[in-house]
Design a protein. Structure first.
Length: 131
C-alpha cells in the first residue's frame, strides 16, 4: 500500500516491514542515529536490536518521508492498539522539526481516515509538534 501527500510537499509512502526489511533497515538505522545524535543524549541501536524491533511487531506500519529527489529523509512507525494508533518510532534527517511535523500531519490524517479515536506516542516537546 502507498499513501502520498500533495506533490508540492515531500512524498510520504506507507509500507509493511516484511516487504522491504532487508533494503530499508540500514537506512532507518542511519536516519535514526543522525536524528537522535542531535539531542544531548542518544541510545545506540545495534543491527540485532533493529531486527528485534521488527520481529516483535511485524504488523506495524512504516511511513517513509522522501525529499523531492526521492531520497528518504524520515520515517514513522505506527502500532495499532485497539482503537488507537501509537507512534512507536520515528526519525527525521538531522532532527529537522519541520520534517517531523509533516510526518505527524500524515499520521493525524491517517488516524482520521481510519476513524481511530486516538493517536498517541512519545514525542519531543517542540512547538512544531505541539501545533
Amino acid at each position: 500500500r502507498a499513501s502520498c501527500i500533495a506533490a508540492a510537499s515531500p512524498a510520504i509512502t506507507l509500507a509493511r516491514p516484511a516487504e522491504w526489511l532487508d533494503r530499508s533497515c540500514g537506512r532507518m538505522a542511519g536516519l535514526w542515529s543522525r536524528c537522535h545524535a542531535t539531542w544531548g543524549l542518544c541510545l545506540e541501536r545495534s543491527p540485532a536490536y533493529w531486527q528485534l524491533l521488527f520481529d516483535r511487531r511485524p504488523e506495524d506500519e512504516f511511513f517513509w518521508l522522501h525529499d523531492p529527489s526521492g531520497a528518504p529523509v524520515g520515517f514513522l512507525r505506527l502500532t495499532t492498539e485497539g482503537q488507537a494508533l501509537k507512534i512507536s518510532d520515528w526519525a527525521v534527517a538531522s532532527g529537522d522539526r519541520k520534517l517531523l511535523a509533516k510526518l505527524l500531519d500524515r499520521a493525524l490524517a491517517l488516524s482520521g481516515e481510519r476513524g481511530v479515536a486516538r493517536l498517541a506516542g512519545w514525542l519531543p516537546d517542540w512547538p512544531e509538534v505541539r501545533d
